[in-house]
Design a protein around this ligand. Structure first.
Ligand code: SAH
Length: 358
């Protein structure tokens, strides 16, 4: 079975050559897949039945089925645990802002990066998500909530730059006028700092916002929190970000997760300010979310504000990330992990269709 939803329009045309279809038919199929986000050929109601049958014998449509859904009573944030065709799980979160709906999507099943404070890495890395599965998270949420999602952040489970080709293909589809037609300016990609891929991304001519998970202002501390730093140190990451900003004319953001007694001192704020001096960027401060298996503690609200004030004193503007969905455990990686534990206890479940993953 070939994954039809990960094909570009031209690839779809080639894949359907033997069908001898008129161009409008191919456009109809593409629209069902990418605008309406259907998960079966039967839903393509303006195609002749025999064509639908033939397509379903040769192709599959990787989709996201809602396994669990949690809605925050506090702010309406919705979190989904999605089941993929092979029985794996990923998470997405939908947040409502003044300017519309934003979805935070996963890029991989699990993560290899091993950051010490993160839940996504605990359940182990399984595989990359396909372009279709990246997109299907948006379709599944839009269809379930009956809303249009206008902003996408690649900040869920996984490291998007470790699934580079599929992420780029997904972004091109997302931006296509024949698909969801989202502006790439409304897309944010968050990375732990895979330096060569930041340079590569800069060459794609995509006006997406890059945000880098920095979390520490020096190599010693950063390496103790993020193994990736042993490969590409703080200075290399900052140089890559500067090159990205120069090439794309886009402002780069930095995520700084504050952990009590680890990286929340005034000395850290001073080092961070000196690292970013003269670089027009933005710092997002995130009080760490407690992950059951991790020992990290959230600093007090006062300590978070003090860190922000210290940065300002040294000339760096920072915002404190507003917490959304705090009553539904909205930080990523935790639902998948819980689900896996339950499945292991019950002896596991088998996958349910033959949609092959690359
Ligand atoms: N791999 C990418 C994207 C996924 S993580 C990256 O590293 O950027 C998305 C963001 O959540 C990152 O900034 C990550 O460091 C942060 N994060 C992970 N676990 C967290 C936790 N327990 N509390 C607060 N932020 C966390």
């Amino acid at each position: 079975m070939t994954d039809i939803k990960s094909l570009s329009f031209d690839e779809l045309k080639s894949a359907l050559e033997g069908y001898e279809l008129k161009r409008f038919r191919i456009a109809q199929i593409y629209k069902w897949l990418h605008v309406f986000g259907v998960s079966s050929f039967d839903e393509m109601t303006d195609l002749p039945k025999n064509l639908r049958n033939r397509l379903s014998e040769e192709f599959c449509i990787p989709s996201c089925r809602i396994e669990n859904k949690y809605t925050s009573a506090l702010d309406g944030t919705v979190k989904y645990l999605f089941r993929l065709a092979d029985g794996e799980f990923v998470e997405s979160v939908i947040m409502k802002y003044k300017y519309g709906y934003t979805i935070c999507i996963s890029s991989q099943v699990g993560c290899k990066m091993g950051c010490s404070f993160c839940a996504s890495t605990l359940a182990g890395f399984k595989r990359n998500l396909l372009p279709a599965e990246l997109e299907s998270q948006i379709h599944a949420a839009q269809r379930d909530l009956d809303v249009r999602i206008s902003h996408v952040v690649l900040m869920g489970i996984g490291e998007p730059l470790d699934n580079y080709d599929n992420v780029i293909k997904f972004l091109r589809t997302l931006n296509s006028p024949d698909g969801l037609h989202l502006s790439l300016r409304d897309v944010t990609l968050s990375t732990c700092g895979i330096v060569p891929m930041i340079y590569k991304l800069a060459e794609e001519d995509m006006p997406i916002t890059l945000t880098v998970s920095l979390h520490a202002p020096n190599d010693k501390l950063r390496s103790s929190m993020m193994p990736v730093n042993e490969r590409w140190g703080v200075n290399e990451v900052i140089s890559a970000c500067k090159a990205y900003a120069k090439r794309t004319s886009r402002r780069v953001s930095f995520e700084y997760t504050l952990i009590k007694g680890v990286n929340d001192s005034e000395e850290c704020a001073m080092q961070l300010a000196s690292l970013l001096k003269g670089f027009i960027s933005h710092v997002n401060l995130i009080p760490v979310n407690n992950v059951v298996e991790r020992e990290n503690k959230k600093p007090s609200d006062k300590a978070v504000i003090n860190f922000q004030i210290a940065l300002k004193k040294f000339g760096i503007n920072a915002t404190i990330r507003r917490t959304l969905g705090s009553d539904i455990n909205a930080s990523c990686g935790q639902l998948r992990r819980k689900k896996q534990e339950t499945l292991t206890e019950n002896g596991g479940e088998s996958s349910e269709n033959s949609c092959k993953n690359r």
